[in-house]
Design a protein around this ligand. Structure first.
Ligand code: NAD
Length: 325
């Protein structure tokens, strides 16, 4: 019998890559996902289609807030909690309710159930958004957390809930703070996916702000490696930054993107988005030392892979793209 693990958010961008890697390592994977409408659910269906061909994968289509978690966790060895309502810009105003439900309430319910089971490792997908704007770069895990978006507040709260259950009930939590993840299957609301889609459709690319903001971009397979390393981690640290190892301006990333796109790119600058931080740059020293984490994929290589994937997705989901593309 393969060892059984649970992946929440299995149909999402990062979750589907993680499931793939776990299956390749002969785990039995139970994926939970309720196919929220934060983006076109046909894309999420595409993410899990090939996973469902494996006899070692089962998909539970339900919200963490409704499903019988005690039953689901009964013989599970590790939990990878990636389900969430992501996205900074959308998290203001009435949409905040979704963030409370999917990030805070769902995490609380999962922790309540997990603490009653014999779980070897609970990995929580946290975010660089917990830091907010920082004076000091790169930011280490000890940096104060002052999120600047409602999304960041809910991720910090979820992370705190996991750590609270760790302190009080011994839930073996590791929280990984991901820095802007990119690559194949990136969410359509994220910058590179938006840029690539617009450029391939012959439209201009719209950038929020001047493009001088900097980001530490992390390729998705490096994030998956970090999650797998966290699964087997036996040390005492519980929070790790997971970044790509360097930062570049959005404008430099656009220059790199232009090199791998088949057409000219026309860029239009818009008002900065409220809640977007100015700079992110992860100090990944702790993850290197404790987990043995070492990001492998450069931004140019990762961007080429993402462009290739958007082109493949277009063949499968024609109506998702503008006519003529
Ligand atoms: P995603 O939206 O592609 O995946 C999240 C999945 O969770 C979705 O498929 C959604 O349907 C599912 N989901 C949401 N609420 C649920 C619920 N209550 N019950 C069951 N399923 C539910 O997002 P992603 O970019 O893959 O992000 C995965 C995780 O990584 C999230 O926790 C996110 O906060 C975190 N993260 C992502 C990034 C990034 O750059 N993508 C950066 C930092 C942190």
């Amino acid at each position: 019998m393969p060892q059984k693990v649970l992946v929440t958010g299995a149909a999402g961008f990062i979750g589907s890559h993680l499931c793939e890697s776990l299956l390749a390592r002969s785990f039995g994977v139970v994926g939970v996902d309720c196919f929220t409408s934060n983006y076109d659910v046909r894309i999420k269906r595409e993410h899990v289609r090939h996973l469902q061909e494996s006899k070692d994968f089962s998909l539970v289509e339900a919200s963490l807030n409704d499903v019988d978690l005690d039953g689901l966790l009964a013989d599970v060895d590790c939990i990878f909690h990636l389900a969430a309502q992501p996205g900074v810009r959308q998290s203001w105003h009435e949409r905040f309710d979704d963030y409370v439900d999917c990030n805070i309430r769902a995490t609380h319910k999962l922790c309540e159930s997990a603490r009653k089971q014999d779980i070897r490792r609970f990995v929580f997908a946290s975010s660089s958004s917990v830091y907010g704007n920082t004076a000091q770069l790169p930011m280490s895990e000890l940096h104060p957390t002052h999120p600047v978006s409602p999304y960041g507040v809910t991720k910090l709260c979820s992370e705190d809930l996991c750590l609270l259950f760790s302190r009080n009930f011994g839930l073996p939590v590791v929280a990984l703070r991901f820095f802007t993840v990119f690559g194949p299957r990136q969410r359509p609301d994220m910058a590179f996916h938006r840029f690539i889609k617009s450029a391939l459709e012959g439209r201009s690319i719209s950038v929020f702000g001047t493009g001088a903001q900097t980001r530490d971009f992390t390729f998705v397979s490096d994030v998956v490696d970090a999650i797998l390393l966290a699964m087997d981690y036996s040390g005492s640290e519980s929070i790790f930054n997971i970044g790509g190892g360097k930062r570049i301006t959005l404008n430099s990333a656009l220059d790199l993107l232009a090199e791998v796109l088949p057409h000219e790119v026309d860029v239009r600058y818009e008002e900065p988005a409220i809640g977007d931080v100015t700079h992110t740059y992860a100090d990944i020293g702790l993850a290197r030392r404790e987990l043995g984490y070492s990001p492998q994929t450069s931004i140019d290589e990762g961007l080429a892979r993402e462009v290739e994937w958007v082109q493949t997705l277009r063949k499968r989901l024609k109506s998702y793209y503008r006519e003529g593309f």
